[in-house]
Write a protein that binds this ligand. Structure first.
Ligand code: ADP
Length: 617
């Protein structure tokens, strides 16, 4: 994934998750708040309505009480019961007229005997003589003051019946039954939607004879439901069933009569045994939450859009600069050190760009200096190589060219010595001996020169067993070793990749020197090897005359010999050749020595020599 996409992804992920979380929490909080305030509202309405109903009922009972306690009604009825004279009933009728004030809330007033027969009907005279023995209101009225409602089939209006026993001297004389306008107490409830919005309503219910709950109030969303629509008293999903059980509470998990989820508050009217429900549809309550939800969603989308744009702009600035830097770095890696980036801003990226430019200009400067130095070095190397070649050529030519006159000198001197030996005096003989010795030395020098200039030709690296080489050298020196007391020790020497002849020469020269430069009776030479990571480190040490430290470097220079040369034969080229051999094997040679104690020569042979390669220098 590219950095830009990564930045956009991460920022969006973080911001969107945070926003979604915040939105979700605020949505839930708002929903809860809405729910709580709606519940509070319907709870308050339920309390008020219960109070209203109780007041109305009290009012009715008061009126009922006033009528049933009228002495003239009680006395006349008592008398009528003793002696059923029409006169008594007329007296009651007159009295009732005063009780039923015109414009009052009573529709009718009935006086019934204890069997349920209508003795008197104040308004609807046709009811006189009717049998009310099965009438619920009558049956209740026999026992106590009661209130009940009832559907009046005649004029299709709803009425409420209030009934009470008429008692004289603790003896039941009859029942008074008042029919009143139901609207007063119930209809007003069913049609009052104040504070209940579009879906709320107040419902009253009571138990029927069959045990079902019938609604007393008209229903807002169902026609002709009043006193018709019933619900099961065990239906726990309906708030009215809970109200009828006497539970006064609020509910969020109930449904109404048309199965819509509602928030509801329930009350129980003890005096009548009615259940009161105030409910409001949840969809209406949450409508405002949905509105809020919509606003939140819009807000969320706008913030996401803004963060996308902002992140895009930011990441674009960042990645643009990074891209520039990457391009420049790529070009630099291809060798173009003139690359610079545009500094686009003053922030960290701008600072990075500036630093990058400083770095590249420094790099360019250094590179130019190195290039210059390198070209000078190349010139130097070419010059040195040429000088070395010239020197080699000089060695070669001189050694060959010198050999010829030397041979002439030697042969003529020999001739001179042979022919005029007897004629020459001692001085002349001494001169001739000196010339012979000088010629021999000259010859040795020339031979060494030839050997030196030839080293490096026809090199062949292959496996060389150093132990075998040493046994070969010891065999060569057998004679010398037999005459002197010489001890040469070596063991566990490795097989190395090297040029066989050169390694032979190297060991032979070092061993010869150890034998040669010794003034001891018993000569001890130890040859050991240590294997390092990238080379073999050999050590050839003796108990010879030793070398002063000031000569440590000098002895490797061609033809350099020390003061002791008078006592020991040699040309001073052996160690120079040794050094050259070690260098051909990518190694180093050095020594440790103490005058009179002995000398140790160290040299390394690289492990990285390629067996198949042939070096021709
Ligand atoms: P040469 O032996 O022909 O003189 P070399 O190059 O082999 O030339 O040695 C250079 C000088 O180093 C010698 O003249 C000698 O003085 C000194 N030298 C070399 N090897 C030893 C040694 N093992 N002990 C003491 N001196 C040594």
């Amino acid at each position: 994934m590219k950095i830009k996409s990564k930045i956009i992804f991460v920022v969006l992920l973080v911001s969107i998750s945070a926003l979604v979380l915040i939105t979700f929490i605020s949505y839930l909080t708002t929903k809860k708040y809405m729910e709580e305030s709606a519940l509070k509202n319907i709870d308050v309405i339920a309390t008020i309505q219960k109070k209203r109903i109780n007041e109305s009922i009290n009012d009715y009972f008061e009126k009922l009480y006033l009528v049933k306690t009228r002495l003239s009604i009680i006395n006349n009825l008592t008398n009528y019961n003793i002696k059923p004279d029409r006169q008594y009933l007329d007296n009651i009728s007159k009295n009732m007229q005063t009780a039923l004030k015109p414009g009052g809330s009573f529709k009718n007033l009935l006086i019934l005997d204890t069997k349920g027969k209508v003795l008197l009907s104040a308004y609807d005279k046709s009811l006189t003589g009717s049998d009310f023995s099965n009438n619920e209101a009558f049956i209740r009225g026999l026992r106590q003051e009661s209130i009940d409602n009832f559907f009046n089939n005649k004029n299709k209006t709803y009425s409420v019946y209030l009934s009470a026993p008429i008692i004289n001297n603790n003896k039941l004389q009859g029942v008074i039954l008042i029919e009143s306008y139901l609207e007063d107490i119930i209809l007003s409830l069913g049609n009052d939607y104040t504070g209940l919005g579009e879906s709320g309503e107040i419902i009253l219910g009571k138990y029927q004879n069959d045990g079902k709950i019938v609604v007393l109030t008209p229903l807002r969303f169902m026609k002709n439901a009043q006193l018709n629509f019933t619900i099961n008293k065990n239906d726990k999903t309906k708030p009215l069933a809970e109200a009828m059980k006497g539970i006064e509470s609020v509910f969020t998990d109930k449904i109404n009569y048309i199965n819509k989820p509602v928030l509801s508050a329930t009350r129980y009217i003890e005096k009548t045994g009615w259940g009161l429900v105030v409910n409001v549809n949840q969809s209406e309550v949450y409508q405002s939450v949905r509105h809020f939800e919509y606003i939140l969603l819009m807000l969320l989308l706008s913030i996401i859009l803004l963060s996308v744009i902002a992140t895009y702009i930011l990441s674009d600035e960042l990645t643009h600069s990074l891209k520039q830097l990457t391009n420049s770095v790529e070009k630099i890696s291809e060798g173009d050190l003139t690359q610079r980036v545009n500094v686009l801003s003053n922030n960290e990226i701008g600072y990075l760009s500036k630093t990058f430019n400083t770095m590249t200009s420094n790099l360019e400067k250094t590179f130019n200096e190195i290039t210059e130095l390198n070209s000078e070095l190349n010139k130097e190397i070419i010059y040195r190589k040429k000088a070395e070649e010239d020197l080699e050529r000089f060695f070669h030519i001189s050694s060959h060219d010198l050999q010829e006159p030397l041979r002439s000198i030697t042969s003529y001197i020999n001739l001179l010595e042979r022919r005029y030996k007897n004629k020459l005096d001692d001085n002349a003989k001494f001169y001739i001996d000196t010339v012979v010795a000088a010629s021999k030395r000259m010859k040795d020098l020339i031979n060494d020169l030839v050997a030196y200039s030839g080293i490096g030709n026809n090199i062949e690296f292959r496996n060389v067993d150093v132990s075998i080489i040493l046994s070969y050298i010891l065999n060569e020196h057998k004679e010398k070793l037999d005459t002197k007391s010489i001890q040469i020790n070596y063991s566990n020497l490795p097989i190395i990749t090297a040029d066989h002849d050169l390694i032979c020469y190297l060991f032979e020269n070092l061993i010869s020197n150890s034998i040669k430069y010794s003034n001891k009776q018993n000569i001890n030479i130890d040859i050991t090897c240590v294997e390092n990571i990238d080379n073999y480190e050999f050590k050839v040490s003796d108990n010879g005359i030793g070398i002063e430290e000031k000569y440590f470097n000098k002895i490797f220079v061609i033809f350099q010999r020390l003061e002791s040369k008078e006592h020991y034969e040699g040309t001073g080229i052996g160690l120079t050749i040794c050094k050259k051999i070690v260098e051909i094997h990518k190694g180093k040679i050095w020594l440790e020595s103490k005058l009179g104690t002995g000398t140790s020569f160290y040299f390394t042979i690289s492990k990285s020599l390629d067996k198949t390669s042939e070096i021709n220098e």
